[in-house]
Every structure is written in structure tokens, then in C-alpha cells.
Design a binder for this molecule. Structure first.
Ligand code: ADP
Length: 498
């Protein structure tokens, strides 16, 4: 959490996209509106790229991969990404204002969406520079006598990166920078609601770095078909995607005919198991805060709280108090920690799921609607639903709103069973006075990552990925870098030097 001194106010981003080194508008001149979710006003326009524009971007990325030295010149890539890091630093406050304009993210909590990804560019530049691309694995017996084997790590090729709107600048960086540093060329397709976090990134690459034409492209569009075209294009070797499970399935199917490598980070419905020996006054206020700070628009949010029946009402009271006092309001006002939902449609979806929970027997403890003092902007009250049936829709569907569902349990085994009763497996949390007990529970949760007592699993140096229908592959850590590389084993006479 940071308090940021910034010039405040809506700021429109660059309307243009980046294709083959040229900042450009789509040939028809078509545009689409970007709405500021805190005022419901049009903040500006973005160019509405077409399937044809996407085809040109893929062709440029293909040519840059096949015909330039980008994939082989590690020193040059390190130089370019170091430049990119410095350029993003210079543009930091502009990027922050664009983020707040597009997403409605509160300025007070914008550090994780601006400072952190900018730091990650430097991390990947240095990680990639020091990575061992050639590894001698020694001499192996074969039917034809001993063979020395070496692994040569090589870039995958053309990477298509498709990003969502909830943390757009962060994910644009997270999906593209390790790919570029590993020697791939990239086509980025940002989400419709947040085109400028992508187009500004393209502008900065074009105007302030030596990244060659075609190596990095950004295609902005209001049409899902443009992302679909990227994920089906036979010239693309890999798709990296963050978004809904439904779209992830479509991307996987579109890539099947050409057997594309696919890295998917999809939906979640993570559980927070609060054990009966937990410090409720430490873990539950934090749980309520995490549900609200991004207006609940976070895939890793532990949105299902499981409380021991023996301390159920005590836990509910703490959550209720925190949610009722939570600072919701104008994202430009320092101190506010929850802004609006990103769009009217998203808020309707959140309110609809809350309604479905109540209809299926849940008890509305607080919230459930639009804050009375915020009639303009897509704001939602922090909402607490108790007695939630683990099989009901509100306990099964990803809400993406400032909503916690609470379900009581009797034994630790019951808690694990309820936590695992989902198609998702992205993250989870355990709180307990006994870390060993919490760890044992964490290992039984069928999920990609777990936080114990508020100590986050998430960070650039640790692999992050979903199990079950929450994803394929990893971001971050050594595993995350290797996703953008192929491991080519080369066998040779054992007399070769190691
Ligand atoms: P949401 O439904 O919350 O907008 P999505 O997962 O559909 O989230 O969107 C994430 C990203 O996927 C966006 O950039 C969007 O344009 C893109 N997208 C949507 N549909 C498809 C598709 N069929 N193929 C490829 N990309 C898509």
C-alpha cells in the first residue's frame, strides 16, 4: 500500500496501436469509447483494430523472429529492456493516471499496478541476462555407446499475449517482458475496456527504446474476433493469456489445430480456511480488506471464507465491522481504497450474483447494493453473505466484486472438502495459530498457491499458476521464464568438451 503524490484527473491514452514499428490508426478510422468508471463519462477514444490489422502484426512478428538477430542477441535484448525499464519509470505518473482513468483503481493502492510491474521489467532483464541457456547434463549410456547431452534453451517463436482489464498494465508487462527477454517476438492484444494501458506501452516502446520494428506489436480492438484471430493464427507459436476460464477454453481449442504452446491463467474461486485456533482479529480484517481493494476484481482473491462453527458469529462480526467501515469512493482521492467496478455490466453481474446467493438461502450481513452516497460511478457496497451453501451459484461462480461468502464447517476435513468443491484451483489461504497445522491443510488444498497467515504466495521470484480449470503453466520464478523457452537436447560424442 502506498500513498502517491500525483497530479490527479482523467487522462486519455494514445489512440494508436503499434504494428511493425509504426504507431498507427486502423485504416477505416473506426474508434471506440473508453469510459471512466468513477464518473461514467467518456474519457476518450481508442482505435478499433481489425482482424486484418492483427494479421499484419503477426506477419511483422514472424518476420522479426525469423529474419533478424533478436532471438540470438542476448546483449541487445538486455540493452533494450533496460531502456524500457527506464522509459517506463519516466512515464510512471502518466501510466498511473491512465490506469485510474480506465480501471478506476484507487490512487492509494495503485503501486502494485504501476511500480511493481515497472520493477519487474528490470528483474526480467537481469534474470534473462544471467540465465544459463546451455546446460551440460553429462554423459549418458545409450545402445550405441556413451553420449554427452547438452540442453540448449531457445525461444519459442512468435508469442501472442492476450490480457484482461482488471490489472491491465501489470499483466501487459507480466505476459510480454519475460517473453521478449527470452528472445521471442510478441503481439499484445489488450482488453477492450483497457486499451490505453496497452497502446501507451506500445508508444513507449516505439518512441523511447531501440526494440526493432516487428519485435513488439500492440493491436487494440473492441472485437473479440481480433483476439480469436491471434489465438488461431498458424504463424503464432505460443499464446499467453490471462482471463476467464470460458475464454481460456476457446483459446485452447483455437490453438489445437496447430498444437500451440498455451500458457493460461484463468478464473479462481479461492477459499480461506480459518482454523479454530486462528487470531481472528489479525486475519479477518485483512481478508475483508483484500476483498475490497481492487473492488474484488482479482482472480487470486480468497473470496470464500470458511469459519469454524464454534467461532462462527464472532468471525462474522469482525468481517462485518471491517466491511462497513471500508473507505469506498472516488479513486483520485487519497485514502479511498475501493473504487468502482470497471463497468456497468460488471456491476450488474456482481449484483445479480449477490441476489442469487440470497435467493438460495444466504443471509445478507451487510452491503448488497449500490452505496447511497455514490449514485454516479459503478460503485458496489462491500458485501458479506453468511450461511452460504457451498453448492450454490454464488459459492461456485467467480464474482469479481467486493463480496465475501462465508460458510461454517465442523471439522478440518470438512473445511478441506468445501475448499476443494470447485472447478477452480488458483490460490487459497489458511489462518491458524499453528503454522505446521496450517501447512498440513495447505498441502491438502487442490490449488496452485496458498497463503498462510497473510504471508502472500505471490511474487516475481516464485512460480504462480492454477490447477484444475484455473490454468496451465506458470508465471514468475524460474518456471515462469522457462515457459517462454523450448528445451532442446543435443546429443553428441562423449569426447566433446562439457
Ligand atoms: P471478460 O469476460 O471478463 O471480459 P475475457 O476472459 O473474455 O474476460 O477477456 C480477456 C481477454 O480475452 C480480452 O483481451 C478479450 O478481448 C479476449 N478475448 C475474448 N474472447 C476471446 C476469444 N474468443 N479468443 C481470444 N481472445 C478473446
Amino acid at each position: 500500500m502506498t500513498t502517491v503524490e500525483t497530479e490527479s484527473g482523467v487522462l486519455a491514452g494514445d489512440e494508436r496501436m503499434l504494428i511493425d514499428g509504426e504507431l498507427q490508426l486502423t485504416s477505416s478510422g473506426a474508434t471506440f469509447e473508453v469510459i471512466h468508471p468513477a464518473s461514467e463519462e467518456v474519457a476518450g477514444q481508442a482505435t478499433d483494430g481489425t482482424v486484418d490489422d492483427m494479421g499484419r502484426a503477426v506477419a511483422a512478428a514472424r518476420r522479426a523472429f525469423d529474419e533478424t538477430d533478436w532471438s540470438r542477441d542476448l546483449e541487445f535484448r538486455h540493452h533494450c529492456l533496460t531502456q524500457l525499464h527506464e522509459a517506463l519509470e519516466r512515464n510512471k505518473e502518466r501510466l498511473r493516471r491512465i490506469l485510474i482513468t480506465e480501471v478506476g483503481c484507487p490512487v492509494t493502492v495503485s503501486g502494485s499496478q504501476i511500480e511493481s510491474p515497472i520493477e519487474e521489467v528490470k528483474h526480467w532483464a537481469d534474470h534473462g541476462k544471467n540465465f544459463e541457456y546451455l546446460v551440460d547434463t553429462g554423459v549418458h549410456p545409450t545402445q550405441l555407446g556413451p553420449a554427452r547431452r547438452k540442453i540448449h534453451y531457445e525461444p519459442v517463436g512468435v508469442v501472442g499475449a492476450i490480457t484482461p482489464w482488471n490489472v491491465p498494465f501489470y499483466l501487459n508487462i507480466a505476459e510480454t517482458v519475460p517473453a521478449l527477454m527470452a528472445g521471442n517476438t510478441v503481439v499484445l492484444k489488450p482488453a477492450q475496456l483497457t486499451p490505453w494501458s496497452g497502446s501507451e506501452y506500445g508508444r513507449i516502446v516505439a518512441e523511447e527504446t531501440d526494440i526493432p520494428a516487428g519485435v513488439f506489436n500492440v493491436v487494440v480492438s473492441n472485437a473479440n474476433e481480433v483476439g480469436a484471430a491471434l489465438s488461431a493464427d498458424p504463424r503464432v507459436d505460443m499464446i499467453t493469456f490471462t482471463g476467464s476460464t470460458a475464454t481460456g477454453r476457446a483459446i485452447l481449442a483455437a490453438g489445437a489445430p496447430t498444437v500451440k504452446k498455451t500458457l493460461l491463467e484463468l478464473g479462481g474461486k479461492s477459499a480461506h480456511i480459518v482454523l479454530d485456533d486462528a487470531d481472528f482479529n489479525a486475519c479477518l480484517p485483512l481478508a475483508a480488506m483484500m476483498a475490497c481493494v481492487m473492488s474484488g476484481q482479482s482472480c487470486i482473491l480468497p473470496s470464500r471464507i470458511l469459519l469454524p462453527r464454534s467461532r462462527y458469529e464472532e468471525g462474522l462480526e469482525i468481517l462485518k465491522t471491517m466491511m462497513e467501515g471500508f473507505p469506498v469512493g472516488d479513486p483520485w482521492t487519497p485514502g479511498n481504497m475501493q473504487g468502482p467496478q470497471i463497468s456497468k455490466t460488471q456491476r450488474q453481474k456482481v449484483l445479480g450474483l449477490i441476489r442469487s446467493g440470497i435467493d438460495s438461502g444466504a443471509r445478507l450481513v451487510t452491503g448488497g447494493g449500490v452505496p447511497e452516497n455514490l449514485p454516479v460511478g459503478y460503485y458496489t457496497q462491500p458485501t458479506l453473505l453468511a450461511d452460504v451453501d457451498p453448492d450454490s451459484q454464488v459459492a461456485q461462480d467467480e464474482i469479481f466484486g467486493p463480496v465475501l461468502t462465508v460458510t461454517p464447517y465442523d471439522t478440518d476435513d470438512d473445511a478441506v472438502a468445501i475448499a476443494n468443491n470447485t472447478i477452480y484451483g488458483l490460490s487459497g489461504e489458511v489462518s491458524s495459530g499453528d503454522v505446521d497445522r496450517a501447512f498440513a491443510i495447505a498441502t491438502r488444498m487442490r490449488t496452485g498457491n496458498v497463503t498462510i497467515n497473510g504471508k502472500s504466495h505471490f511474487g516475481i521470484t516464485s512460480p504462480f499458476g492454477g490447477t484444475k480449470q484455473s490454468g496451465l503453466g506458470y508465471r514468475n520464478g524460474e518456471e515462469g521464464y522457462k515457459e517462454y523457452l523450448e528445451a532442446k537436447t543435443i546429443g553428441m560424442p562423449d569426447t566433446a568438451a562439457p
